[in-house]
Ligand binder design. Structure first.
Ligand SMILES: Nc1nc2c(ncn2[C@@H]2O[C@H](COP(=O)(O)OP(=O)(O)OP(=O)(O)O)[C@@H](O)[C@H]2O)c(=O)[nH]1
Ligand SMILES: [Zn+2]
Length: 221
């Protein structure tokens, strides 16, 4: 019933339309290069400037596109922060999607939706012993405030109603289904454990059932 209500709510949103398509050649520090077709949109429900990258042969793929919903992480994506796994996941996603053909959605949902400053406040609380979810609630926020309605609009704008999703987070798969995008396969990303993000990865595995297999020695610590 809840699922029906959510599906009705999502489908009642006006469809988004493509605003701009531009080709951008990407070159990474390790030498990997690929072109990306970058799309912007009109009519996204939350009014944010989300981006979609069409990678590889996304226009001619017979099978469901490989898709990643990547939530913005300034510290990890831009500055190489070791406190999370976002930077290497983003790098991996670009290459895997370019090989398979599909879309990378770069979603402006910094800090699981609480924003950059509050994410850094949450980091300060984690330095005092709270885990990543308890730190959010200590700030008076929800554990995860992300909403994927705009992501579903972006996928629907390309007729991508069935996708293969690159994620360890089962909640993304559930939320997309509620919004009318069927995930035919949930494909895990690599695991990028460091001494600085281990507690974060353990919390994701234990609290929100992320499919993260930590190396035995790290997992035991
Ligand atoms: N509030 C908060 N946000 C964090 C913290 N660490 C990372 N983030 C944010 O969490 C988000 C990570 O998003 P994703 O890469 O989609 O991670 P995920 O939901 O675990 O799912 P997958 O990576 O797809 O498995 C980004 O927006 C980060 O800024 C933290 O300790 N607190
Ligand atoms: Zn991050």
């Amino acid at each position: 019933m809840v699922h029906d209500l959510l599906a009705t709510k999502a489908s009642s949103a006006e469809p988004a339309t493509i605003r701009t398509r531009v080709r951008i050649p990407l070159a990474f520090g390790d030498g990997y290069r690929t072109p990306a077709d970058v799309f912007t949109f009109n009519g996204l429900v939350d009014g944010r400037e989300h981006l979609m990258l069409g990678l590889g042969d996304w226009e001619n793929s017979d099978s469901e596109p490989l898709v990643r919903l990547h939530s913005e992480c300034l510290t990890g994506d831009v500055f190489g922060s070791q406190r999370c796994d976002c930077g290497p996941q983003l790098r991996e996603a670009v290459e895997r999607i370019a090989a398979a053909g599909g879309f990378l959605l770069y979603l402006r949902q910094e800090g699981r939706g609480i924003g950059l400053y509050e994410k850094l406040d949450a980091y300060a609380l984690q330095d005092q012993g709270l885990d990543t979810y308890a730190a959010n609630t200590a700030l008076g926020r929800k554990e995860d405030e992300r909403d994927y309605s705009a992501a579903a609009q972006m996928l629907h704008a390309f007729g991508a109603d069935r996708v293969r999703l690159l994620t360890n987070n089962p909640d993304k798969t559930l939320r997309l289904a509620e919004l009318g995008v069927e995930v035919t396969e949930q494909i895990p990303t690599g695991v990028y454990a460091t001494a600085y993000n281990l507690r974060y990865l353990q919390a994701k595995r234990d609290h929100t059932a992320h499919t993260i297999e930590l190396p035995p020695l790290l997992a035991a610590s």
